[in-house]
Design a protein around this ligand. Structure first.
Ligand SMILES: NC(=O)c1ccc[n+]([C@@H]2O[C@H](COP(=O)([O-])OP(=O)(O)OC[C@H]3O[C@@H](n4cnc5c(N)ncnc54)[C@H](O)[C@@H]3O)[C@@H](O)[C@H]2O)c1
Length: 342
């Protein structure tokens, strides 16, 4: 598969590899390397990485994105006395590329890094686009920096050890790319998404690369990537992170499609088609209706909400994003009840 170029504060390539060792060595070019990876992941794949490279093991999942974990990793890096010419290599899911990318943004005021995403969400979303970050107790991703990697290496063989739950959750972001832009993704999911996974990953990365290349720092166009995420993030938080990001986003996508139908001219045919795609992926379809007041409150306190005014990315047709705002609380509640409330 041909590499995909992302243009941001630098231009870099997303490389699809069937020989990770060879392609990684070509990118390292004799530099000092530190691999940052959760023990649970690197243990299974240590042989894929040259033994001479320094390895910093981090906690699994969101725990690694804490200030404490960041402090610990920074101290380990400093103790190794690596200089500005070093290269940080992140090997893991989106939590790892977020942590290692932020480490690269801040260590010695910025060093280069490579992303090797191992989860589907990491491949199609987190590792692409240059956003890095940590969580605070007040909320997710409240600390962060835009710091693009020098390259992203996609090796789909990592997915063979990913849990079914994480695979399906990652498919929510793949479907989103189909809803907002490349509708061929929707046909490929409908046929037999597992057989089409390579092409689905490629196409989703192409969508994200195109959008972030046109709008690196999220002023307007990049906002379309948040389709389904306003409510999705609120549900993720409301569930106390019991739901995976993609599972919550799948619910948010159903809600956003309902808003699109009611306020942005999405046809009932396209609304049904979107929901069928999510059904095919067997992603979450319902959320307790009694949670609505709290969800509304959480949405209003989201860091992206300006002046308390909720604004939603919607669709006027599949593949054609637009925006909807000035929707009353009653209308929002009705859309919630009609789409996912139970
Ligand atoms: N920077 C961005 O633009 C961006 C975009 C989307 C999401 N994110 C972040 O990404 C994170 C979600 O991504 P995620 O779902 O990959 O999270 P994650 O890194 O926590 O991975 C999910 C689980 O899958 C496991 N895993 C990953 N790869 C594996 C493999 N090959 N085999 C077996 N297990 C594997 C991990 O150990 C973890 O338990 C969140 O922190 C989110 O905030 C960032």
């Amino acid at each position: 598969m041909k590499p995909i170029t992302v243009n941001s504060e630098r231009s870099y390539q997303v490389i699809f590899t069937d020989n990770l060792n060879r392609d990684l060595s070509a990118l390292i070019q004799g530099r000092d390397v530190v691999i940052v990876s959760p023990k649970s992941i690197v243990a299974g794949y240590r042989a894929s990485f040259p033994a001479e490279h320094l390895l910093i093991e981090v906690a699994d999942g969101e725990e690694q994105k804490s200030i404490q974990s960041f402090g610990k990793v920074s101290e380990e890096l400093a103790a190794s006395k690596l200089d500005r010419n070093c290269l940080i290599v992140a090997v893991g899911g989106g939590a790892t590329t977020d942590l290692a990318g932020f480490l690269a943004a801040s260590y010695l005021r910025g060093v280069e890094w490579l992303a090797i995403p191992t989860s589907l969400a990491g491949m199609v979303d987190a590792a692409i686009g240059g956003k890095t970050g940590l969580n605070l107790s007040a909320g997710k991703n409240l600390i962060g920096a835009f710091h693009s990697p020098s390259a992203v290496l996609i090796d789909q063989r990592f997915l063979s050890s990913l849990s079914e739950r994480d695979l399906k959750s990652g498919m929510a972001e793949v479907a989103k790319c189909g809803f907002i832009d490349d509708t061929q993704i929707l046909n490929l999911i409908g046929e037999n998404w597992r057989d089409n996974l390579s092409e689905l990953i490629y196409r989703s990365i192409a969508v994200k690369a195109k959008v972030v290349s046109d709008d690196f720092k999220e002023s307007n166009l990049r906002e379309i990537l948040n389709y389904g995420h306003t409510l999705g993030h609120a549900i993720e938080k409301h569930s106390k992170y019991f739901l995976r990001h993609g599972e919550a986003v799948a619910l948010g996508l159903r809600f956003a499609a309902q808003l699109s139908f009611e306020f942005s001219g999405l046809s009932s045919h396209h609304l049904d088609k979107q929901n069928q795609v999510l059904d095919t992926l067997e992603l979450n379809a319902k959320y307790p209706k009694g949670s609505w007041p709290e969800l509304l409150e959480i949405m209003r306190s989201d860091k992206k909400v300006r002046g308390g005014r909720l604004r939603f990315v919607t669709l006027s047709a599949l593949g054609v994003p637009t925006r909807a705002e000035n929707i009353t609380d009653q209308q929002l509640e009705k859309a919630f009840l009609e789409s996912i409330g139970e």
